[in-house]
Design a protein around this ligand. Structure first.
Ligand SMILES: [Zn+2]
Length: 423
């Protein structure tokens, strides 16, 4: 097929318009799950889907599906997509490039007169970010069955409201939560376009990354309870200081990641709060949240075990009570080699440099990979910065990513499938 014409100006004005739908003034983008801004953003994306003639459906947790019907609708569709929710104080490209970029890809294919044999489906996932319920990728976890319905029903937001409360508010209350889970191989492929959120592509001046693996994330929450008291009156041998136990735990977290022998193990204590937080008072309570990731499951799990045993040893020695919650312990995803090859050959035909990569951030693709062949297309972002208002990818970098996505979708959905791109 001919090289496609991606309308970069149209796409960038849509990205700009979506960035204005935010709970905070520009350039900050904040779209907490099910907030007014999130709902308006969903409506904005749906309007573009309608304009493109896609048929839209929504499941019981608000995952949105927009389908371009193929000439043989019996074949399993090719899927693409990402998310439009955003953490507080975020930028305009994370997730959005994969949603509006996919719509631009579909638009370019339609304008070129392409007719897919397999249907092409855009998925806008609910809650990729852990903003309301403290768990990321809520929509794709439920689609893939990685999160059980009983655990989903037990989730509460900071105001104590559950998923059902929000489902009713969105008008989804009548739909059965059981219907969210998708069958294995209901899609023939899933390809997600995303900004890299890391510095490699920019540094090496490579326009496209093709993801081969997505690191396995896990998140722990530790609550420590010691005994408070007057900072002058309680002598050192009698103290049960929750902060000091937490400080030792944070060091043990670092040590556990450094000692696995894998360069890919990373661990972070990103939350550390204490009570009462007064200079003349011994900290009686502490909360830690620990993020641990690795591309290999056995080294990740070894680090996890070390952290768990360090927590219990430290707390025993310091006479501190602890509660350990594992918020998520996920497996890594290995992307489908056939899809990695398809994207690689598209880059070759378009004359674009590419690099095979590991995604160290996780995405909805981590869970889609559990039910269908999956890969991701990365584009560079300035300084590797993401989850900040100054997050930036240039219009031409985005255009290149959309072009690769569009040609990939064409190859995966076309009859006979391996059409060459004329240059
Ligand atoms: Zn994202």
């Amino acid at each position: 097929m001919a090289r496609l014409r991606i309308d970069s100006a149209r796409l960038n004005s849509q990205i700009g318009a979506l960035a204005c739908i935010s709970e905070a003034p520009a350039p900050v983008v904040t779209r907490v799950l099910f907030s007014e801004a999130d709902l308006k953003a969903r409506a904005f994306a749906k309007t573009i889907c309608y304009e493109l003639g896609l048929s839209i459906s929504e499941d019981a947790v608000g995952n949105i599906f927009a389908r371009w019907r193929g000439s043989n609708p019996k074949l399993s569709p090719v899927a693409t997509g990402s998310h439009i929710d955003a953490i507080p104080n975020a930028g305009r490209y994370d997730g959005v490039v994969g949603v509006l970029g996919a719509l631009e890809a579909i638009s370019a294919l339609k304008e070129a007169g392409f007719q897919p044999e397999r249907s092409i489906e855009l998925i806008i996932f609910t809650a990729e970010e852990p903003t309301r319920f403290g768990i990321g990728c809520l929509g794709s976890r439920l689609l893939s069955g990685a999160l059980s319905l009983s655990r989903a029903k037990a989730l509460r937001d900071p105001e104590g409201r559950d998923l059902n409360y929000w489902r009713k508010r969105l008008g989804l209350g009548k739909q059965d939560m059981k219907s969210v889970r998708l069958q294995r191989n209901c899609y023939s492929a899933f390809v997600e376009l995303h900004i890299e959120q890391g510095p490699i592509l920019e540094k090496e001046r490579i326009p496209i990354g093709v993801v081969e693996k997505i690191a396995a994330p896990s998140t722990l929450r530790v609550q420590l309870t010691g005994v408070g008291g007057h900072a002058g009156a309680v002598l050192m041998p009698h103290r049960r200081d929750a902060l000091l136990a937490g400080a030792e735990i944070a060091l043990a977290v670092e040590e556990s990641a450094c000692s696995t022998g894998s360069p890919d193990t990373v661990a972070t204590t990103g939350v550390f709060r204490i009570e009462p937080g007064a200079v003349n008072s011994i900290p009686c309570r502490a909360w830690l949240e620990i993020d641990l990731r690795d591309t290999r499951l056995h080294t990740r799990d070894a680090a996890l075990k070390r952290i768990e045993s360090a927590i219990s040893k430290i707390c025993r020695r310091r006479r501190i009570q602890f509660k350990l919650e594992k918020l998520n312990v996920d497996s890594p995803a290995i992307c489908a080699p056939s899809l990695v090859n398809t994207v690689t050959s598209v880059c070759g035909e378009l004359g674009l440099g590419m690099k095979k990569m590991v995604s160290r951030a996780y995405h909805d693709s981590l869970f889609m990979a559990q039910i269908c062949p999956t890969t991701m297309i990365f584009i560079p972002c300035r300084g590797g910065v993401s989850h900040r208002p100054d997050e930036y990818s240039s219009p031409s970098q985005i255009k290149t990513g959309v072009e690769v996505l569009a040609h990939t979708l064409a190859k995966l959905s076309a009859k006979g499938s391996s059409s060459q791109i004329a240059r």
